[in-house]
Design a protein around this ligand. Structure first.
Ligand SMILES: Cc1cc2nc3c(=O)[nH]c(=O)nc-3n(C[C@H](O)[C@H](O)[C@H](O)COP(=O)(O)OP(=O)(O)OC[C@H]3O[C@@H](n4cnc5c(N)ncnc54)[C@H](O)[C@@H]3O)c2cc1C
Length: 427
């Protein structure tokens, strides 16, 4: 069943899940019971990916029903997302290095590896479980967290395929495909993220966590950490909110944040008046191989079916942008336009038609949207137009603490929750 990419549908899913976000989630979240029973997890990731529903919406609703103690596991999982985003924000070169490595990894596959790759992405390896997860991912755009871990581990250590190609396969098909959570989780499984520590999928764990549905044979019994040319760099400073222009502005929403109306209070403090809103299309750029124009020749022909971004992803992302645009247009009583892309040739005519020289956009974390906004910013500056980014306090408060491992970040969660004033409204 296709999911509805609107804030309203996401909030309905959140309301339905909240009663199960306490101790029941902590006890059962690791079980992958299959497609017919996902009640032990929230399934909210596609909506939060686009901030149709924000992390704040989720934690606030959960803490109206449960104490932080009872819901600590679920709240921590939501903060894992924030942590991965912060970690990558402080080390943008890790994304750049990944993005630059995907095409060479594909081009460098030997004939035998290409055969393995095609079997992996079409779910025809013969490995119990793995084939079902590949098929489920392509058919639904979702996998349980443990299925993602097992899949990545088998991809890297049993099929011995480059991790970057598995990460890109996920980005082509996951409705929640996210540059930080996905790239860094694949790195974590392969032993690059926590240096030397790998994740090994075992038949016993798969069998017990899937209620006996799968028991693969022939899996790797050792997971020796991958290595890379240079280790992750030292963290840079976390981003800070720059000045927001006052007066007439245009607002650009994008797939990383489709709830610009909740930025209104921040805009009001600078006296900004939103006269136009727009959203550029962008889902194709999420996967490096899908966005690539440099792949050509027989190699691609033979794998062509596996490479485009899935129609489910394109449709969910398109729906999220359409919903965000319509809500923003109504909220600001401004004309709402869909743009073909992020290039200055897409954006400038729209700005000129509204006679605006200040463009504001929600802050896009490290990833493809950010790369495009950075290029747009340079091109607009040459035309005398400023691009300003609005950073949510959720991110600006949390990201500075993501310089080290998750366990030190986790200690900060109660303080972060207090700063956001999310607790205490339990009735
Ligand atoms: C190899 C691999 C790749 C992954 N790729 C992505 C990705 O592209 N996008 C993505 O959103 N998540 C990714 N995850 C993390 C996690 O699997 C999903 O966020 C989670 O399964 C989403 O399902 P849910 O909404 O039912 O989660 P729930 O268990 O209900 O958790 C609630 C929310 O917390 C966040 N969350 C939960 N677990 C994690 C986690 N381990 N890391 C980060 N955030 C988490 C999500 O926003 C999720 O919606 C990946 C994990 C692995 C191991």
């Amino acid at each position: 069943m296709e999911l509805v990419a609107t804030r309203e549908a996401g909030l309905a899913k959140l309301r339905e899940f909240v009663p199960r976000a306490g101790r029941a989630y902590a006890a059962e979240r690791n079980l992958d019971r299959g497609l017919d029973d996902r009640t032990n997890v929230s399934g909210l990731s596609p909506w939060v990916r686009h901030r149709l529903v924000t992390e704040r919406d989720i934690v606030e609703s959960v803490l109206q029903r449960h104490s932080l103690d009872a819901a600590s596991k679920f709240v921590q999982e939501v903060y894992w997302r924030t942590y991965w985003k912060g970690w990558l924000e402080l080390r943008p070169s890790v994304w750049a290095r990944y993005a630059a490595s995907v095409e060479p990894a594909f081009a460098g596959l030997t004939a035998a590896e290409l055969t393995n790759f095609e079997a992996a992405v079409t779910g025809t390896t013969g490995i119990d479980g793995f084939d079902a997860w590949a098929t489920e991912l392509v058919a639904t755009g979702y996998l349980h967290n443990h299925a993602r871990m097992w899949f990545a581990s088998i991809w890297i250590f049993t099929l011995r395929l480059p991790w970057q190609l598995g990460a890109d396969f996920f980005m082509r098909h996951l409705l929640d495909g996210d540059p930080a959570s996905n790239t860094l989780s694949w790195r974590w499984v392969g032993g690059l993220q926590t240096v030397g520590k790998t994740y090994l999928a075992t038949p016993q764990n798969i069998e017990s966590a899937t209620g006996g549905r799968f028991r693969p044979r022939g899996l790797a019994t050792h997971a020796i950490a991958l290595d890379e040319d240079s280790p992750a760099p030292a963290p840079i400073a976390a981003p800070q909110q720059g000045p927001i222009p006052g007066g007439r502005i245009a607002l650009l929403l994008h797939e990383d944040d489709a709830s610009v109306e909740s930025l209104a209070p921040l805009l009001e403090t600078s006296g900004a008046q939103v006269v136009a809103v727009a959203a550029p299309r962008s889902a194709e750029s999420r996967s490096i191989l899908s966005a690539s124009s440099g792949l050509s020749g027989q190699r691609v022909d033979s794998s062509a079916e596996a490479l485009p971004t899935s129609s489910l992803v394109a449709s969910f992302t398109g729906g999220a942008l359409a919903d965000g645009l319509s809500r923003a247009g109504n909220h600001f009583a401004a004309e709402a336009s869909a743009l073909d892309g992020f290039d200055a040739s897409d954006v400038l005519p729209w700005l000129r038609s509204h006679n605006v020289t200040a463009l504001v956009t929600p802050y896009a974390p490290v990833g493809p949207v950010r790369d495009r906004l950075d290029r747009l910013s340079v091109d607009l500056a040459a035309e005398g137009i400023t691009l300003s980014r609005v950073l949510r306090t959720w991110d600006s408060h949390a990201w500075p603490h993501a310089a080290r491992g998750f366990f030190s970040f986790r200690e900060r969660i109660p303080a972060l929750v207090r700063e956001q004033q999310l607790e205490g409204s339990r009735g």
